[in-house]
Design a binder for this molecule. Structure first.
Ligand code: ATP
Length: 323
């Protein structure tokens, strides 16, 4: 049975005064997914998360959580939110803080102790439960921030830059925690660090200047195979024979120094070829090159990677905007 969409964002727009921070963003998240929202600083990640968690109103568009519009309080009970630099009350002891947060979240009185015990156990906070929050390391503060999000056992967890400003050990620990918390839950994690989001998320969305460039970067990566070839022959003729192959989307000389031109010259050059995904395309390119009498020195398929997708998409977005 297909998993239901638990987060549905449609045509979301947010303006701060004249500034558009989120422009016509739509996406869905299925139950049980761990989705990453990747984007540079200022791209609108926090704004989207704040709208999803009901802390901020959108300018237009809609957000439904578990089928309920996010402007309805009932929707927010389904979401545990760990904001960037979560505001914690430093003078409160961890247990006190969690009790306070349980009240804020309307956890029924008789269930509060069990909720705190369960959150402390999941975040390994038992031994610091009596310590003032202000005395904790950054890593433990982040655990407290996550613990408060778990108090009413929400099916959806939303994290904003969860490993920001943590040291390498703390990063690993928090990452493992998020993965272990995912289980039956649906998780949305925003970060500006590609390598970080790659390690946590099973699907990655890319945001830039308030535009959602893709809702599935991995899929983009697999969709557009790219080959690097070294070929001996006149460049224009080599390019023509590559572009003639069915499925080749673009072919270009890769390394042309400023003094060189792509004009005809018989020497070895590197070519970058983008193709559609189809079987035997590498063989067809080799056949075309050799059939036209050129020497094929090298043909390598570049493994798709998210860094390339990110760079390609953001570059394309910049060009589109400039046009
Ligand atoms: N309250 C606000 N008033 C005016 N502009 C704002 C406000 N909050 C955010 N912005 C602007 O909206 C844009 C998006 O900000 P947002 O915080 O959502 O981005 P972000 O991707 O989360 O970045 P960061 O990781 O740096 O917080 C930025 O240009 C930011 O300066």
């Amino acid at each position: 049975m297909p998993r239901p969409d638990v987060i549905v964002v449609e045509r979301l727009v947010k303006h701060y005064g004249a500034r558009a921070a989120v422009r016509d963003v739509s996406f869905t998240v299925k139950e049980g997914e761990i989705v990453g929202l990747l984007g540079p600083n200022g791209s609108g990640k926090s704004t989207i998360l704040r709208i999803l968690t009901g802390y901020l109103r959108s300018s237009s568009g809609s957000v439904r959580i578990g089928g309920v519009d996010v402007t309805d309080h009932a929707a927010r009970n389904n979401v545990g939110y760990v904001p960037e630099d979560a505001p914690l009350y430093d003078w409160m002891r961890v247990r006190e803080f969690l009790r306070f947060m349980a009240e804020v979240k309307n956890v029924p009185g008789r269930a509060v102790d069990a909720a705190i015990a369960s959150a402390c156990a999941q975040l390994d906070l038992g031994h610091v439960a009596g310590v003032p929050v202000g005395k904790l390391s950054r890593g433990y503060r982040q655990r407290v921030a996550i613990a408060q999000a778990l108090l009413n056992n929400p099916p959806i967890l939303i994290f904003d830059e969860p490993t920001n400003a943590l040291d390498a050990y703390q990063v690993i620990a928090i990452r493992q925690l998020i993965r272990s918390l995912a289980g039956q839950r649906t998780v949305l994690v925003a970060s500006h660090v590609l390598t970080e989001i790659e390690k946590i998320a099973s699907r990655i969305m890319i945001l830039r200047d308030g535009d959602l460039l893709t809702a599935d970067a991995t899929n983009e990566a697999n969709r557009a195979p790219r080959f690097r070839l070294r070929i001996v022959g006149p460049r224009q003729a080599v390019l023509a024979s590559l572009r003639n192959v069915t499925g080749v989307v673009a072919a270009d000389v890769q390394t042309v120094s400023p003094t060189e031109s792509v004009a005809d010259s018989v020497d070895t050059a590197a070519y970058l070829v983008e193709t559609v995904s189809r079987p035997r395309i590498a063989e067809d390119m080799a056949q075309s090159i050799i059939g036209n009498g050129f020497a094929l020195a090298e043909l390598v398929e570049e493994k798709p990677d998210l860094e390339r997708v990110f760079l390609d998409l953001t570059q394309r977005a910049t060009e589109t905007r400039a046009a």
